[in-house]
Design a protein around this ligand. Structure first.
Ligand SMILES: [Zn+2]
Length: 382
């Protein structure tokens, strides 16, 4: 009797162990796929005219580190100003990333220079937040029938690259204290530290790029959740406020409602604050509305990333908890990318009115209505 029970419990223990090993193997495989997603994921096909560089060309300390990332530069025939666009500061804000790629694949610079870093924090693209159930990828079909796939990452650097976070993060340039996790957040790490943590070094690299390329206008592309007050908005450093106000009016004129928010002076580490304070660049951050990163959301998957439609948000809107006109309003990624691309184009075109000889003319970009009608895939290359 005893022998039989002993054998039975050994049998169930072995089964449980095998089950645990199988779960661990499947999870490990899935986790590692984010690190080595294959050549077709996050692939970009820059329009001819772009020169490929690396962020380590501006700050050598990044060379051979996981923080180093691609930077593309296109110079027009006529001299003018220099515009820097960052996508993917936060890898879980898909329209910011995709808008940077659409700019990279379509921009034909006639005057001035355009510099694009489409995947600003690559270390945030190798993981998703635990228990958030985000899809690892999402994608679009091009006109030629090719699927273009992008990783859906996280807000912060992967703990594999930076661990552990402190209980409290002290922002080095200001001494301001923040939650420990913000140490891994590129948009709290500016202006960066040459020998700091990986995320601080990455921020330092972008600051060196801005200085060495003598950037006139720097734009950081983001998305925010529908329950966040700053959404569908331009956030401008005080020196960029005049330019942002001009563009806000033009966007409204084109039927794109947008808010204009001043960059708070006491919130440190953010791109629009530190870039503007440390250099003479005009610094602007833009937010579109992304339900897939919101806390109210229900079923989470590629469909939510692309459509923004969600029953839990319908309910939240009914209860008056959102800062966007949920019912009457277009939440699709094509609209969000269209907002970003149109805003970038208008900011570039208006730059010469606030800064002498800094005009930038970019042709070839899809209009807001074209993106909205034809979808993102129509403006990505095969
Ligand atoms: Zn963001």
């Amino acid at each position: 009797m005893f022998e039989k029970r002993y054998l039975a419990s050994r049998f169930s223990a072995t089964l449980l162990l095998l089950g645990a090993v199988a779960v661990a193997a499947i999870s490990a495989h899935s986790y590692l796929r984010m690190h080595h997603p294959g050549p077709d994921v996050d692939r970009v096909v820059p329009r001819e005219g772009f020169v490929h560089k690396r962020l380590s060309d501006y700050f050598q300390g990044l060379q051979d580190t996981p923080a180093d990332t691609d930077v593309y530069v296109q110079e027009g025939e006529q001299p003018g100003g220099t515009l820097l666009v960052l996508g993917g500061t936060h890898a879980n804000e898909p329209a910011g990333v995709v808008a940077a790629v659409v700019l990279l694949e379509n921009a034909d610079v006639k005057r001035g220079r355009l510099i694009i870093a489409p995947y600003a924090n690559l270390m945030a693209r190798t993981h998703t937040f635990p228990q958030d159930a985000h899809p690892q990828t999402f994608g679009f079909e091009t006109s030629g029938g090719v699927r273009r796939t992008f990783r859906y990452g996280a807000r912060t650097t992967n703990p594999v690259n930076e661990w552990p976070n402190p209980d409290i993060y002290i922002h080095p340039a200001s001494g301001q204290t923040m939650a420990g996790v913000e140490r891994s957040n590129l948009n709290r790490a500016h202006p960066g530290v040459a020998d700091g943590g990986m995320t601080e070094q990455l921020a330092y690299g972008f600051m060196q790029l801005i200085k060495q390329e003598d950037v006139d206008l720097a734009i950081d592309l983001h998305e925010a959740s529908p329950e966040y007050p700053v959404v569908d908005a331009l956030v401008a450093h005080e020196r960029a406020m005049e330019l942002a106000a001009m563009v806000t009016m033009e966007l409204e004129f084109e039927g794109i409602p947008i808010r204009l928010e001043p960059s708070p002076k006491n919130l440190r580490g953010l791109s629009h604050r530190e870039w503007g304070d440390q250099t003479d660049v005009l610094a602007i951050l833009m937010e579109t509305c992304n339900a897939s990163a919101g806390r109210f959301r229900g079923r989470t998957g590629e469909a939510l990333v692309l459509t923004g439609e969600d029953k839990a948000y319908d309910k939240a809107a009914e209860l008056g908890r959102l800062y966007v006109p949920w019912e009457s309003w277009d939440k699709r990624i094509a609209e969000r990318v269209g907002r970003h691309v149109t805003s970038v184009k208008l900011l570039a075109e208006n730059l010469e009115f606030v800064r002498d000889d800094a005009g930038i003319v970019i042709e070839g970009l899809p209009a807001y209505t074209s993106l909205s009608e034809e979808g993102v895939g129509a403006y990505l290359r095969d």
